[in-house]
Design a protein around this ligand. Structure first.
Ligand code: CA
Length: 430
């Protein structure tokens, strides 16, 4: 599947190049070419008449007047559940004609005060039709934890903790949870402000965890009887699987480099010894064995939360960066990144692929660090286009001055003294 996407992309590029080169000549010259009895389209459908790629565009507003929508997951019937971080509410969004109704189905007790914590991730059991199970990640007064409940007859009830003792703090609480294609629940955590915990295998901080629906370590984890799937993470709020069932994660950096990581079982992603690629660090000594990110951004450009896979690309919501990043992995494993909606909707938090293959993107302008519009926060529907973004299509051969960083030009930014953490202000604060 992944290969098919790559080939499609190559074919599209070839078609685009043909189209562009054709445009440079006179349009009326083609009759002079060798006559052929029939049009070519029946011979090579992949090369012929590739339409102009559809743009990445906002197509609908699903919900308004929310406060920091954070977790978002679809049910088998096409409706969706969404959490509000600071109001501790779980809402049910159901289609009603060409609109969506929003109804509260639970208010969650036991959420503690925390700047970045609160009621965070939500995940729907892959066997929901049989078990009605829904999972939440929240910041309590004592820890971060995963709860399991049942969504029955419009109520989320029987909530009970299945995984506790994930270190909590005002900052770096992680919080994204999602079921993988293997049927197990992946839980992204933060370092809880104690960076060294990310390297401690006994701590649940700064990790991606992989558990079963009882909260027990999933079979096949790199260390038996441990929920740890990968380590050395600073603060992860985005998880997504591509068509090849490869897991990707977005991670907040500290001062210089936010990261997109390709997650491998047992991988150590370097924090706090490294930020960004090993080569980006002044002291990379002893850094062998750490996995480099596939893409990095400055914290101003990104501060990445949600991550989704749609139409052959990864889509990453940027808080401080106030944009949606499209990341396309090229056949050599490099990343091409393209920004969309820069500054148009403010801070973007969560990105989820809908059952129809669109994206739902949430704003996060009421998280205390944004500049909310009257209707904020919102859930917006975005059509991911047809594989290539309009900005890329404008230039047939990507040039170094293209707006987005690529692996080659992501040189360290020298400026920037200490910056605030990056789930954080759009502007600069001490
Ligand atoms: Ca890293």
């Amino acid at each position: 599947m992944f290969t098919a996407h790559r080939l499609t992309g190559i074919a599209a590029s070839a078609a685009l190049a043909l189209t562009l080169s054709g445009c440079t000549g006179s349009p009326e010259t083609d009759p002079t070419t060798e006559p052929t009895p029939t049009p070519a389209e029946s011979e090579s459908p992949t090369e012929s008449a590739e339409p102009t790629p559809a743009p990445v565009e906002l197509t609908d507003t699903i919900a308004t007047d929310l406060a920091v929508p954070w977790g978002l997951a679809f049910l088998p019937d096409g409706s969706a559940l969404v959490t509000e971080r600071d109001r501790q509410r779980v809402l049910h969004l159901t289609p009603d004609g060409d609109q969506w109704d929003t109804r509260r189905v639970a208010t969650i007790d036991g959420v503690g005060d925390s700047q970045e914590g609160g009621l965070l991730g939500i995940a729907v059991s892959p066997t929901f039709a049989d078990d009605q199970q829904v999972f939440l990640y929240l910041t309590s007064r004592t820890d971060n934890r995963v709860l399991r409940g049942e969504f029955v007859r419009g109520r989320l009830r029987n909530l009970e903790p299945v995984l506790t003792s994930i270190p909590r703090a005002d900052y770096h609480d992680g919080g994204r949870i999602a079921f993988g294609p293997d049927g197990f629940l992946y839980v992204a955590t933060g370092d809880a402000g104690e960076p060294e915990l990310a390297q401690e295998t006994q701590s649940l901080a700064g990790k991606i965890l992989r558990i079963n629906t009882d909260g027990e370590p999933a079979p096949g984890n790199p260390t038996a009887d441990s929920p740890v799937w990968s380590l050395g993470h600073r603060n992860i709020q985005g998880l997504a699987w591509d068509d090849d069932d490869q897991l990707w994660a977005s991670e907040f950096g500290q001062d210089n480099f936010d990261e997109l990581n390709k997650i491998e079982s047992g991988g150590n992603y370097g924090w706090p010894l490294l930020e960004g690629r090993a080569a980006d660090n002044a002291t990379a000594e002893g850094s062998e064995g750490f996995v480099d990110p596939v893409a990095t951004w400055t914290t101003d450009e990104a501060s990445p939360s949600g991550l989704a896979w749609a139409d052959g690309s990864l889509w990453l919501g940027a808080l401080r960066g106030t944009r949606l990043w499209q990341v396309t992995i090229d056949p050599r494993g490099g990343a091409r990144t393209t920004p969309h909606f820069v500054g148009e909707y403010g801070r973007l938090r969560t990105v989820v692929t809908t059952p129809e293959g669109n994206l739902w993107v949430t704003t996060s302008n009421r998280d205390g660090r944004g500049d909310p519009a009257p209707d904020d926060d919102q859930i917006m529907q975005v059509a991911p286009g047809t594989g290539q973004s309009t900005s890329e299509d404008a230039s047939p051969t990507p040039t170094p001055e293209d707006a987005s960083p690529t692996p080659e030009d992501a040189s360290p930014t020298s400026g920037g003294g200490p910056t605030p953490d990056n789930d954080r202000p759009t502007g600069s604060t001490p």
